[in-house]
Ligand binder design. Sequence first.
Ligand SMILES: Cc1ncc(COP(=O)(O)O)c(C=O)c1O
Length: 500
Amino acid sequence: MTNNRETPIEISKEKFKKIGYQLIDTISNFIDTIEDKPVTAGESSGLLQKLLGNDSLPENGRPAEELLTKASELILNHSLLNGHPKFLGYITSSAAPIAALADLLAATVNPNVGAQILSPIATEIEKQTVKWLAEFIDVGPGYGGILVSGGNMANFTAFFAAITAKAPKNFKEDGLGISSKKLLVYCSKTTHTWVGKAAILSGLGSRSIRWIKTDDGNRMDNDVLERTIKDDLKEGHQPIMIIGTAGDVSTGVVDNLKGVASICKKYDLWFHIDGAYGIPAAVIPKLKTLFEGIKEADSIALDPHKWLYSPLEAGCTLVKNPMHLTDTYSSHPEYYNFNNNDEDAYQNYYEYGLQNSRGFRALKVWLTLQQVGKNGYVKMISEDIELAELLFKLAKNHAELEAITQNLSITTLRYVPLNYPQNIKNKEAYLNALNEALLNKLQQGGEVFLSNAIVREKYCLRGCIVNFRTSKKDIAEIIDIIVREGEKIHRKFQEKQIQK
Ligand SMILES: Cc1ncc(COP(=O)(O)O)c(C=O)c1O
């Protein structure tokens, strides 16, 4: 019997091939010429709304070919290009081209990776991907985990598992309020904002976070950490977990994780590492000592969509004992018939995290890991670090720049003019305002995209290189652009002073 149902959504084989090839042609030209384009066109939201027009929801459909041509034009010409060699902002990587093809393949089959029966091969591929990520950072074969949307979710997934493991046994039924003791979480002042959200959403409350000050190297001060825990115990509170950071978001500093691990052991606390950005650098043999202690972690967040060059969205939670994930997330509603196979290795991902229906985000990570191999990553991550070192060195040697910090692939620096206005009262405030204006100018200008960091109250420009397209030439050119634009803004500031 032939299928004679006609729908407005199906695309014939011939049509699919035609428009698919056209799209692939357009995409390959885009990738090939990406460095000739501006990093961003810096267009306002109002201008882009005009471009989209103000039509109401279409009553009737339109041809797929026409729509894809229009969408390609819009997206390829009006986006900020984080795949551009001079994009060094925040922590979004250039995306591996193979992963774009992987997403097409994944969406074509559209497996629901919530349950094994709904996604037989996709579930096995996700399991293998998680296993390879644990091998990548060399934490040992027992770790299991799940792919999630990114760093926030990877950390939340672990945070809730830590609470389940350490809170009073009946908290699931009675809530955290039943504990007579205040449950406390310890982390450095530099920890990413996810921890605040997690404390609020978990019901612990933001006052359950003990923000530990940093030492001279900007690492969590482990002496202060231990003293704070002791004081809290004396007060009758219940410390439950410590969060160490492996590459902090602003300056890339890695906490003394070995020290944190031993404090966790001593006080029987859950040891979580937020390695969303930096932990892939543990693959580099000469950096092994910097990451010492990671094998002791109860849980680790690691983002393939940061330094493994996966397109958004891909984060990963790794847990030393995966049973903590099922203890936290597993449920067996009567409308699921997902556990009728008695094989040991049977795994339903809905029992490992917050999502129920789940997409096949593992495919892009799995394919990229194989295309590049461990050695390929050692090369690319090492080169990113060398480029950050070069940026620091060039800034240090330049009379109008001050190099501030360099850790992993993050460098912070600022523009410092040679001459100041004569009546200047507060030089630091002037430099902060100048560098903030400079960053805004650079972010709009389209030649380079940097972000900012505040280091020891100095407003800095921040370059984070998780970009396999950036070269030494780009770094040298970026230095020239910063100085050229810095001089212009300084001149403008001076003119304003004179006019006052
Ligand atoms: C150390 C760290 N943790 C967590 C996050 C949050 O990651 P995401 O933006 O993928 O949620 C970031 C983001 O930059 C980060 O640098």
